[in-house]
Design a protein around this ligand. Structure first.
Ligand SMILES: C[S@@+](CC[C@H](N)C(=O)[O-])C[C@H]1O[C@@H](n2cnc3c(N)ncnc32)[C@H](O)[C@@H]1O
Length: 248
């Protein structure tokens, strides 16, 4: 947990929710349950039950979790396997863009929330990520290619999901809606930072021969970031849109 790099984002989210005692919470697309564990720390003694679901259990085995956390395999593109009016709080981060029928997921989140329950849906707007560096065209190309190239595990992809998410929820008229942005800004290109880690993730575009970015282009992209770091010109920025809905 010491290395939880989303600490500041979590704080911003936690300030927006007021959990009741004995809260029942869910994380849809929970991966390694890092956020569920962090919510437990942020709201000590308040959570009676916390269920994390993901389409795959491949990350579950590495997680050290115990009651009240429970992890389940579930496909959030389908009817959620929860009863109506179950949760005080539903959280989902960087999963919404992968679900093809977003209107259906919005209605399902509404169904499983208790009246007055809260949903927080967090999504990076991938096409708004920026790095500074010399080769503007190539850096923009690398970011955009990563934003719009569907990875094998995704059923859908919307690189503008951050800016669009509010609309998906608000047009349903099922929630009192609001939206805010938490922006990551970094000035060091070093391992463990958001910018460094993303630049490593972008390598998949050439490793998997997607055609979206060649190995040569990727190497120049990384070289630009290293040079920017060495010359004190590195900057990285990434916006997380935080949608908050209260079930009407
Ligand atoms: C980018 S990761 C985000 C993980 C975690 N929410 C976080 O922010 O650290 C997306 C996660 O959503 C899961 N996912 C994708 N499509 C899904 C679906 N239809 N139902 C459930 N989980 C899904 C993936 O397996 C992956 O764990």
């Amino acid at each position: 947990m010491n290395k939880f790099k989303y600490k500041a984002l979590l704080k911003t989210i936690a300030e927006q929710i007021d959990l009741p005692d004995n809260a029942v919470i869910a994380d849809l697309g929970c991966k390694d349950a890092a956020f569920l564990l962090a919510f437990q720390e942020a709201f000590p003694g308040k959570i009676k039950s916390a269920v994390g679901v993901d389409i795959t259990d491949k990350w579950f085995k590495d997680v050290k979790y115990k009651k009240p956390i429970e992890l389940k395999v579930m496909n959030c593109s389908k009817k959620l396997e929860f009863d109506d009016n179950t949760f005080d709080f539903v959280f989902t981060k960087d999963m919404f863009e992968c679900v093809p029928d977003k209107d259906f997921l919005v209605s399902e989140i509404h169904r499983i929330l208790k009246p007055g329950g809260i949903v927080i849906c967090v999504n990076c707007d991938w096409d708004s990520v920026i790095y500074n560096g010399e080769n503007k065209e190539l850096i923009s190309k690398a970011i955009h290619a990563y934003a719009v190239t569907k990875q094998p595990w995704m059923e859908d992809l919307d690189s503008w999901i951050g800016r669009r998410m509010y609309v998906f929820f608000n047009k349903s008229k099922l929630f009192d809606s609001s939206v805010s942005v938490y922006n990551v800004v970094e000035t060091e290109y070093i391992e463990g930072t958001f910018g460094y880690d993303l630049s490593m993730d972008i390598a998949w575009l050439h490793k998997e021969n997607t055609g979206a970015l060649s190995k040569e282009e990727y190497d120049v992209f990384i070289g630009n970031l290293q040079t920017a770091q060495e010359s004190g010109q590195y900057i990285f920025s990434k916006p997380y849109y935080i949608y908050k809905g209260v079930k009407i």
